[in-house]
Design a protein around this ligand. Structure first.
Ligand SMILES: Nc1ncnc2c1ncn2[C@@H]1O[C@H](COP(=O)(O)OP(=O)(O)OP(=O)(O)O)[C@@H](O)[C@H]1O
Ligand SMILES: Nc1nc2c(ncn2[C@@H]2O[C@H](COP(=O)(O)O)[C@@H](O)[C@H]2O)c(=O)[nH]1
Length: 207
């Protein structure tokens, strides 16, 4: 039976509204061996968000129970709500050769780096503050108060850009998507990923 390469784990972080979810959704339409981890959150669902698809929506008590049960790979408080990635969401997929994306903030990214130093981390910048605010407004799902608070928090999120491996500017969407796809494809081609799967070929060529 041929060796199954383990999938890669990616983190996509950015200020809210920079386009993480849109980029991941578009990438999933292009790459069939990529999945996104569905986080747990105590935030209320936005119109059109479905439980189990966009998030697992839970109460604060339920979230705290999951913390106490040690069910989270990482978790953080972001904008007055709790968000976390369950361990269950990741390991089986990676073992099956699927690349997994985590759409998480810088605090979660730090925790994952500690646990899995091989994680590949990508930070997305919006092309300007004005564009970011326009995107939050055009999404049409948050109140003006929430948008003002997210614009304020954007500075703090952006200040962590230099902790990441890759930096993308999501100005033209198609360009940013191509760049993201290149990172995913290049990671699969790393020598250390292929040494086992290409072992027979390499042995033959070195005879
Ligand atoms: N390159 C782009 N040009 C113009 N609009 C964009 C671009 N990328 C994303 N958008 C739009 O910006 C809005 C915010 O995008 P999205 O919801 O993907 O952001 P996000 O980073 O996932 O936000 P959050 O962290 O709050 O979940 C959406 O309405 C999306 O369609
Ligand atoms: N540390 C974590 N951060 C997460 C997780 N899931 C989402 N997030 C981040 O929260 C903000 C806000 O998201 P929104 O859906 O309310 O707009 C954003 O920066 C996400 O990346 C998680 O599991 N862990």
């Amino acid at each position: 039976m041929p060796h199954q390469n383990r999938g890669n784990l990616f983190i996509l972080s950015a200020p809210s509204g920079a386009g993480k979810s849109s980029l991941i959704k578009a990438l999933l339409e292009r790459q069939d061996k990529v999945r996104v981890s569905v986080s747990h959150t105590t935030r209320a669902p936005r119109p059109g968000e479905n439980n189990g698809e966009h998030y697992h929506f839970v109460s604060v008590d339920e979230f705290k129970t999951l913390i106490n049960q040690n069910d989270f790979f990482e978790w953080a408080q972001v904008f007055d709500n709790y968000y976390g990635t369950s361990k269950q969401a990741i390991e089986a997929q990676l073992a099956a050769g699927i690349d997994v994306f985590l759409d998480i903030d810088w605090q979660g990214a730090r925790q994952v780096r500690e646990l899995m130093p091989e994680v590949k981390t990508i930070f997305i910048l919006p092309p300007s503050k004005q564009a970011l605010e326009e995107r939050l407004n055009s999404r049409g799902q948050d109140s003006q108060e929430v948008i003002a608070s997210r614009m304020e928090q954007a500075k703090s999120e952006c200040s962590h850009y230099n902790e990441f491996d890759y930096l993308l500017v999501n100005d033209d969407f198609a360009t940013a998507l191509n760049e993201l796809e290149h990172i995913v494809v290049a990671a699969r081609l790393e020598l250390k990923k292929q040494q086992l799967s290409q072992h027979a070929l390499i042995a033959e060529l070195l005879k």
